[in-house]
Design a protein around this ligand. Structure first.
Ligand SMILES: [Zn+2]
Ligand SMILES: [Zn+2]
Length: 265
């Protein structure tokens, strides 16, 4: 029988002063506020614990004027997860808010698409516009891990563990991947930045940071094919995730929520 998992969405930062003009390639309404939350995700069962993305640290938060509420390693420790012994980290892509702090996971192997590493280290990064969401230190940190044998590459679809697969969903970057997780209520897809908000895929309106519009639109369809239903797609940055899913415990309300459970609303 396929293994099933619990999935935690952990919010570690919020960009509060943000309007819809910043969130859509072709915004209809420019002025209305639309905050953006930053998450990492934990996928776990009795056999294993896997982290999806690592977030950024306090120093990067200051540099980007997006202060963090809690460093992801501290959020993990509060949940009884030791970053020093965690062995598997899936990186959906190498943007600063998904792939900082890699050195805080000294025992981990990192799972990433070949195309994302090629993109983040190739000629596109000569363009200031395209390199803006990356940090060279994060990219170099990943490259060092390749040289120490701690990176596993995928080209499209691949299995990370029983019931956990990765799938290429390019468009936001060239090598973005989503994570499909088997749960008691069917396969849930952690879309990461394949859809920042529910609205991006529901209204087929790409986020402002998009390197290929046609691929982005195709990737919305791919998310829908991979998930048990549209309600099983978890966007990468939407504050609605915390409103729609139950908190892990009363004490974690607004910070750690269970996205493998049925929606509250
Ligand atoms: Zn991104
Ligand atoms: Zn992001």
């Amino acid at each position: 029988m396929t293994e099933t998992y619990e999935i935690l969405a952990i919010k570690y930062a919020r960009h509060a002063e943000r309007t819809r003009a910043a969130n859509f390639l072709w915004p209809d309404d420019h002025a209305s506020p639309q905050p953006l939350d930053f998450y990492v995700w934990v996928v776990r069962n009795a056999n294993r614990t896997i982290l999806v993305d690592t977030g950024y640290d306090a120093a990067e938060g200051v540099r980007r004027d997006r202060p963090i509420e809690i460093e992801s390693v501290d959020a993990l420790r509060r949940l009884g997860i030791d970053p020093d012994t965690l062995d598997t980290v899936i990186l959906t892509h190498l943007h600063f808010d998904h792939a900082g702090t890699l050195d805080r996971f000294p025992a981990a192997h990192f799972h990433i698409q070949e195309r994302e590493v090629a993109y983040a280290t190739g000629p596109c990064m000569c363009e200031a516009t395209l390199q803006k969401p990356y940090h060279p230190d994060h990219v170099c940190s990943l490259v060092r891990k390749i040289y120490s044998g701690r990176v596993r590459f995928y080209d499209g679809d691949g299995e990370v563990a029983p019931g956990i697969t990765v799938h290429a969903v390019p468009g936001h970057t060239q090598g973005l991947q989503c994570v499909r997780v088997q749960t008691h209520s069917g396969p849930v897809v952690l879309a990461s930045d394949a859809t920042h908000y529910y609205e991006n895929f529901e209204r087929r309106q790409p986020f402002s940071v998009t390197v290929d519009v046609a691929q982005t639109l195709r990737s919305y369809t791919r998310l829908e094919e991979l998930a048990a239903s549209r309600a099983h797609i978890i966007p990468g940055h939407d504050p609605l995730v915390l409103a729609r899913y139950p908190a892990l415990t009363a004490a974690t309300s607004g910070q750690v929520h269970r996205v493998d459970l049925p929606r509250l609303r």
